[in-house]
Structures are given as structure tokens and as C-alpha cells.
Design a protein around this ligand. Structure first.
Ligand SMILES: Cc1ncc(COP(=O)(O)O)c(C=O)c1O
Length: 395
């Protein structure tokens, strides 16, 4: 057989996808599974966005468009970045429209990495953050972000992971899977570290609008930070638009110039009717209200789980309140079983789908991820079943 790209031997199949496949198979066999494993809003895309896309289709926006994205959408993105993060970007030179946040991350790394560069990546985090670096022949160096430190790497952990080959650090706040995000003061110190060692800061902010306390600070919003920041974002989570595949990279012009080449030579462009709808979604007041209603629903479900946790009072599963995103990272360490075993047993015996924490890195072991991007009923019933399972297991 012809040789294959050996780089892929270094990448494990995503546990999230594997779990989703198993759950689908079980559902198809008629089992009443409550799926709390996916990171996809249970809401439909707001109706005015659907209407904007329909209008765009009827107007004939069904051909190729500019690879960098339409100027209209890049302007809407610049408006969003100024409005929400307080950072000014030049839509003509500092913004690239991408095929979702994942492609923004891909083009960002393509733009800055050379083979064998080290990239510092917190552990735990979304598996793609490390996998993409490996795909591009870089080294994904994990920086422990232990539970005892609120799932934020201690500043000295970044310094310990540094080598002469370190090119970039990756941030993802609020985090998938933990929901954690650091204080502005922490980010300022990290920024000073990045500056001292001339590192790029790739900041995945796809959950940036989903938080339950003080607004998180964008990596680019700190004084002097914009010139080394690559901001990855998308409409997927905020506007319930995961299937539209539209996101963006905001970065210095030289980075965008490279990222544009990566995009042009891999996807040509994002569908123009999708871009039209995305430009509308980012600025239309009615759509911002719809997004705010979804945020309130996540906050309500978060409170619901915390209330249930208190009422049920399990000592087997601990329920740290997430600061942001739409996940609980349940602490199952008291059960003294691996997170994979816990998820498999919960799926089999309680018929609830979850994701093992180890899918996000070694520091995620002992935790399982439960989404609240599901109906209130499913969240409540699923959580009760999980706790019921834990109490039953311990008898
Ligand atoms: C942290 C993080 N970044 C990026 C993405 C990808 O988002 P998109 O659907 O916009 O590609 C996800 C999706 O789950 C995610 O969790």
C-alpha cells in the first residue's frame, strides 16, 4: 500500500465524536438516550437570519465570492469587535472571513507556524487546539491548568514549558470544556510574558459572549496586545449558527495576508449567501435580542443544575459552577474511576450521553463534560439520572 501521512498517527480519534456516534447508534436502536454530550445550541438559528439568507439566495448570491470575505461582512465583524471587545480592526486588512471558528484557527496556525515550532496549549482544552498543531507539523506542548488552579495555568507553568522553539501560546476563554476564564490582571501578566519572549497569542474566543459574571477580556484588548494577537471567533455558538460554517480571524495585516493564502488555497471562499446572513446577524438589533434570550436560557439552566445539585446533595459527583460557555465540568474524582468508564457506565445504565474529561487532556481526567445546550427538561432529567447513577453505584 502507498505510504500515508504519518502525522495522522499522532492524532487520536476525537472522543467527543466517538461518543456522539455511539449515542446515535443507541438512539437508532430505540433507546431513550438523553444527549448531553454535544456543544451545539438546541435553539434554531434566529428567524431574521433565516430570512436574510433566503433573500440572499433569491438575489442570486450563489456563486464564488472574494476569498477574504465580503467587505460588508468584514465591516460587520469590525463593528462587532469594536462593540463587544473594544478593539478597532481595519476590515480591509486585518480581518479574514473563515469557514467557522475551526477554520479561523487553522488559517491562524498556517499563517505563523514553521515545522517543529512549539505551541503552548493549556490542558485541558478542546482537542482540536493540539491536533491542528500536530497536523501542521508543529509540537503541541501542553501546559497544565489543574482543577486546583481553577483550570487556568499558573503563570509559572507557561514559563516552565517555554523552549527556544516556542512560537505561540493558545488561549481559549471561556474554555471548552471548563467554562473558566482568567482575570484581566492575569491576562496582562501573560501578555507581558508573550512580549518578553516574542510569542504570538492565538486566542479562541468562540464562547466569548457566554459568561455568567463579569465580561471576559479579549486577548487583543490589553494595552499593546493587538499586534501579537490572533483572534479566532465565529457565529456558531452566539447565534446558534453551527451548521452555517462561518467565523473569522482578526489579526495583524501580515498574518491575515498569509491566512488568506491558506484559505484561498483550501476553501476558495465562504458561501456568499451565508456571508450575507452573517453580516446581518452581527449587527441587526432583533438578532442581538435573540442572542441575549439564548444567553438567559443558558444562565437559567446553569442555575437549575446548581439548584438540583444542592437538593440532591451527592458526595460522589461534585458540581463546580461554570464561569462561562455552556458546559458543566462535573468532578467525578470521588468515584475513583476513569472518566471514560464513568461515561460508558452512565450511558449504559442511566442512558445519558456525556464526554469524558480525558478527551481534553490529562488534566481533564476525573471530570466529565455535560452540556446545558439542551432543553431545560433534558438538562434536569439528565442531571437527576447522573446523580441517581452515582448514588446507585456507591451502594
Ligand atoms: C473551543 C472551540 N473553538 C472552536 C470551535 C469550532 O467552532 P465553529 O463551529 O465555529 O467551527 C469549537 C466547537 O465546538 C470549540 O469548542
Amino acid at each position: 500500500m502507498n505510504a500515508l501521512n504519518r502525522q495522522f498517527e499522532l492524532i487520536r480519534q476525537s472522543a467527543t465524536v466517538a461518543m456522539a456516534d455511539r449515542i446515535l447508534a443507541l438512539k437508532a436502536s430505540g433507546l431513550p438516550i438523553i444527549g448531553l454530550q454535544v456543544g451545539d445550541p438546541d435553539f434554531g438559528t434566529p428567524a431574521p437570519v433565516l430570512e436574510a439568507a433566503t433573500r440572499a439566495l433569491q438575489a442570486g448570491l450563489t456563486h464564488y465570492g472574494p476569498s477574504s470575505g465580503t467587505l460588508e461582512l468584514r465591516q460587520a465583524i469590525a463593528t462587532k469587535l469594536r462593540r463587544d471587545e473594544g478593539v478597532a480592526y481595519d476590515p480591509a486588512a486585518e480581518i479574514l472571513v473563515t469557514h467557522g471558528g475551526i477554520h479561523a484557527y487553522y488559517t491562524a496556525l498556517q499563517a505563523i507556524l514553521n515545522p517543529d515550532d512549539d505551541v503552548l496549549i493549556p490542558d485541558p482544552t478542546w482537542a482540536t487546539h493540539a491536533n491542528m498543531v500536530v497536523m501542521l507539523r508543529g509540537n503541541a506542548v501542553r501546559v497544565p491548568a489543574p482543577a486546583e488552579h481553577g483550570f487556568i495555568p499558573p503563570l509559572e507553568a507557561w514559563a516552565q514549558a517555554l523552549t527556544p522553539k516556542t512560537r505561540a501560546i493558545v488561549l481559549n476563554y471561556p474554555s471548552n470544556p471548563t467554562g473558566a476564564y482568567p482575570s484581566r490582571d492575569y491576562l496582562e501578566q501573560l501578555q507581558a510574558f508573550a512580549q518578553a519572549h516574542d510569542l504570538w497569542v492565538v486566542s479562541d474566543e468562540v464562547y466569548g459572549s457566554l459568561y455568567y459574571g463579569e465580561r471576559p477580556t479579549s486577548a487583543a484588548a490589553l494595552p499593546g496586545a493587538k499586534d501579537r494577537s490572533l483572534i479566532v471567533n465565529s457565529l456558531s455558538k452566539t447565534y446558534a449558527m453551527t451548521g452555517w460554517r462561518v467565523g473569522f480571524l482578526a489579526a495583524p495585516a501580515a498574518v491575515i495576508a498569509n491566512a488568506l493564502k491558506a484559505s484561498q488555497n483550501s476553501i476558495t471562499c465562504v458561501a456568499p449567501f451565508v456571508q450575507k446572513a452573517a453580516a446581518f446577524a452581527l449587527v441587526d438589533p432583533e438578532v442581538q435580542e435573540a442572542a441575549a434570550r439564548m444567553r438567559s436560557a443558558y444562565a437559567r439552566r446553569r442555575s437549575l443544575v446548581l439548584r438540583l445539585a444542592q437538593e440532591l446533595g451527592s458526595s460522589r459527583i461534585l458540581v463546580p459552577p461554570p464561569m462561562g460557555a455552556f458546559y458543566f465540568f462535573l468532578d467525578v474524582r470521588p468515584l475513583r474511576r476513569s472518566s471514560v468508564e464513568v461515561c460508558e457506565s452512565i450511558l449504559e445504565k442511566a442512558q445519558v450521553g456525556l464526554v469524558p474529561g480525558s478527551a481534553f487532556g490529562a488534566q481533564g481526567e476525573g471530570f466529565v463534560r455535560m452540556t446545558i445546550a439542551a432543553s431545560d427538561e433534558d438538562v434536569a432529567a439528565g442531571f437527576r439520572k447522573i446523580i441517581g447513577w452515582a448514588e446507585g453505584e456507591s451502594r
